[in-house]
Design a protein around this ligand. Structure first.
Ligand SMILES: NC(=O)c1ccc[n+]([C@@H]2O[C@H](COP(=O)([O-])OP(=O)(O)OC[C@H]3O[C@@H](n4cnc5c(N)ncnc54)[C@H](O)[C@@H]3O)[C@@H](O)[C@H]2O)c1
Length: 453
């Protein structure tokens, strides 16, 4: 099939590459010419496991190409996917300016009938708006063709995006016309060989499903985080509770890990946008507001714990941070809990030595003054950042941090204090190794003495 994907971000790039991998002819259109130039050389501007090798293979085979020109992308396309960003607007609702700008451009340039598909996360009614705008543009130019717009929200997870796209749990297709549904069914058939999980529904239901899915997952996280807070007061370990409740299949084991809050490009903005939608419809979003409020609190917990540990005096303290990206497997910093902690530490006068396998360049670009003054030191070595530290804080649970050489770390640190923002370590083991250990929703264990180092 001839496919055009508009937008070469996390979603557009993965979508374009995976469709090409399945034998389609794909042109990915991106408005940033520098990004296009890099991509055309096989240089992937984002960190996403498995993407670069697949993209290079498809570039070499000629199945995939990149362009900054919309015309060349859409000329022969049977299906055009819109995969541009929908960030939070000033009032928290989804900012549709990029999506609607694409609709206007399509109305000005399309010459033939084809299926347009919204892959971006957009509020209910957006496909109708996009369709009207494109068709109004076509009518203004005296074209007789008309397009229809379907919704095909994307559920990939950064960090395992290629795997998720190639083997989706389900594909949701919201499409009102039979021809469009058939086209999408054919396109996705190779991805759903083992289980036919293509769910067809109305366009509006498809649009809403994406928000409901993200809101539900965010709710699970905020729920367990609230339980963790109560556990901490009662001297109960949330990790035991998590195992206790997760074995109930009605609850399930996913998304019930207590931690220092969720971030990323999706949950925060999608919960916000759904709150605005509910308000607009006269519904008080009681649960969604609580989910958001709990998450905002959760992101401040590690700083509060550090401040408490140092009796309010963080000036001159050396704090090592492990993990900056909003989750493992990505370089994405959008809404990352690490940034809330990092900024609070810098303001409090601490020196921060931070390590992340993928996101240090992006953090350096965000805080150039702190890097220049030496208050923020960035490294890709987890051990280097523990040198002389008064505390180590695990923020993002990259695999590299799961089983470190703790005796070596203890030797490097000035004080062996570990704040585990994702509860990935064994409290007792760390106490035995001489660390003071604090998790989220877990009783503190161990005590610390200044290390010889
Ligand atoms: N990132 C995720 O994990 C994820 C997962 C599922 C759904 N989504 C949704 O998918 C959408 C895209 O997300 P993303 O993270 O890929 O965004 P992104 O910001 O990483 O990428 C968007 C890209 O679109 C380009 N763009 C904007 N306007 C354009 C135009 N007129 N023509 C061509 N290119 C244009 C931008 O330059 C940018 O490169 C959002 O609605 C998001 O909510 C994201």
């Amino acid at each position: 099939m001839q496919i055009c994907v508009i937008g070469a971000g996390y979603v557009g790039l993965v979508t374009a590459t995976c469709f090409a991998e399945m034998g389609n002819q794909v042109i990915c259109v991106e408005r940033d010419p520098q990004r296009v130039a890099r991509l055309a050389q096989g240089e992937v501007p984002i960190y996403e496991p498995g993407l670069e090798s697949m993209l290079r293979a498809q570039l070499a085979s000629g199945q995939l190409s990149f362009s900054a020109q919309l015309n060349s992308g859409i000329r022969r396309a049977e299906i055009i996917f819109i995969a541009v960003g929908t960030p939070s607007g000033e009032d928290g609702s989804a900012d549709l300016s990029h999506v609607l700008a694409v609709a206007d451009e399509l109305g000005e340039r399309l010459e033939h009938a084809c299926l347009i598909v919204d892959k971006s996360t957009v509020p209910v009614g957006t496909a109708e708006r996009v369709e009207q705008r494109i068709n109004a543009g076509l009518a203004r130019r005296g074209k007789r063709v008309r397009v229809s717009v379907a919704s095909n929200p994307e559920f990939l997870k950064e960090g395992s995006a290629v795997e998720d796209f190639m083997r989706p749990d389900r594909v949701i297709v919201g499409c009102e016309d039979e021809r469009g549904r058939e086209l999408l069914r054919r396109l996705y058939a190779p991805f759903l060989r083992n289980h036919d999980r293509l769910l067809c529904m109305g366009v509006r239901a498809a649009e809403f499903s994406k928000y409901a899915a993200n809101a539900f997952l965010a709710t699970k996280i905020s729920f367990i985080n609230e339980m963790a807070g109560i556990c901490a007061r009662l001297g109960v370990d949330i990790e035991e509770v998590r195992r206790g409740i997760g074995s109930d299949r009605r609850i399930g084991t996913h998304f019930i890990y207590a931690g220092c809050g969720y971030g990323g490009s999706c949950f925060p903005k999608d919960v916000k946008a759904l709150i605005r939608t509910a308000e607009h419809e006269g519904i008080e979003p009681v649960i969604l507001r609580a989910v958001e409020a709990r998450n905002a609190l959760q992101k401040t917990l590690l700083f509060q714990a550090l401040r408490e540990h140092f009796n309010g005096h963080l000036q001159g303290r050396v704090v090592a941070l492990w993990g900056l990206a909003f989750k493992p497997g990505t370089d994405d910093l959008r809404e990352a809990p690490s940034l809330v902690l990092l900024e609070a530490l810098l303001i409090a006068g601490a020196r921060v030595q931070a390590c992340d396998p993928a996101a240090t360049a992006a953090v350096a670009a965000r805080y150039p003054e702190a890097v220049q003054s030496g208050q923020l030191v960035l490294s890709e070595s987890p051990y280097a950042v523990t040198q002389g530290a008064d505390a180590l804080v695990l923020v993002t649970e990259w695999k590299q941090f799961r089983q470190p050489d703790f005796p070596r770390i203890r030797g490097a640190m000035r004080m062996p204090v570990l704040f585990d923002g994702r509860n990935i370590y064994e409290a007792e083991q760390l106490a035995e190794l001489g660390f003071l250990y604090r998790g989220i929703g877990r009783p503190a264990s161990g005590s610390c003495k200044a290390s010889a180092a």
